[in-house]
Design a protein around this ligand. Sequence first.
Ligand SMILES: Cc1ncc(COP(=O)(O)O)c(C=O)c1O
Length: 375
Amino acid sequence: MIGFNKPYLTGKELDYIRDAVEREKLSGNGFYTQQCQQFFVNRYGFKKTLLTQSCTAALEMAALLLDIGPEDEVILPSFTFVSSANAFALRGAKLIFADSEKDTPNVDIDHVRQLITPKTKAVVAVHYAGVSCDMKLLMELASKHQFFVVEDAAQAIDSFYDGRPLGSIGHLACFSFHETKNIISGEGGMLVINDERFSSRAEVLWEKGTNRSAFSRGEINKYNWIDVGSSFLPSEMTAAFLWAQLQELDTIQKKRLNVWNRYLESFAFQVREGHLSLPVIPAYASNNAHMFYVVLRSGMERDALMAHLKRNEIQAIFHYIPLHSSPYFLDKYRGRELGQADHYSACILRLPFYTDLSDPDIDRVINGIHRFYNS
Ligand SMILES: Cc1ncc(COP(=O)(O)O)c(C=O)c1O
């Protein structure tokens, strides 16, 4: 079976984990945590970064930092992972779902514009497949209507909007290092704080509501409970694993782009015949080769191709079920139809995609798809 995902190891992970253990500081915010956080500051110019146990945890921190409450509305795409919504649902916010664009599964900023009210406190920009949302338009709306933008950059490491790194544009941004992402640490994530108004409180929430970070830096002589917070830090072993991955970021990205381009070049016939369409990368966006998907003409055809590939021992999979029509949310949703979100949910097929996917295995996937259309 060619699996959908296979974690890539650089070979240095265990060395750094051993070193973390030998440093005898196993909990969070030690040497490796700080190395990783600084890596992102240096490479992408993020103002402040805090490693978290997951992107979900980073999103929950973002909701806390923005003081989201039951009076607030949060606009987000329906076509996204549940964590983009849950973080704000946990704070009691009213979730307002927006549709996807026609050309990409990203949120349609024109639709966001129509949904803004005086109660809009935040918009979550999910960069699907690592491809940027239209951030210029969104940030213009944010300053005009005074709401915050949280980038859900779970899939968007090393990707750019008009040359600007994703994660550096919104007021806050959240990344994932889950084992399905480009750079991994098993579970793992990071909060980026670009708006300095949130910097010192972010450290407090991160450290269970205490000013322990300031204490660790020697700025105060004892630490105290000063705010709400939770246990958001990953351990040093997780950070050590992540550090091994970050050292190889460029190699990993190069390998993934090769896989992505092999797929891209292989479906010209199906595109010409109108059987499927390929991912669109808008002129303002870069491609970080997070995933490769094709969009079929109908849900039935997508399911048939998925089943055909499975019979050929190839694991290709669908993606999100739109959140506005999910069992948890269905009876709370009073909005209009979100046709593009439904379309992508029904018609996207994600092909096996991982850093070390071999040429023969890529050929098998490509040939499997060709055979489906030739038969
Ligand atoms: C868009 C998006 N947001 C958030 C998450 C949650 O990430 P994590 O598993 O690190 O909590 C994911 C996970 O796949 C995701 O795709």
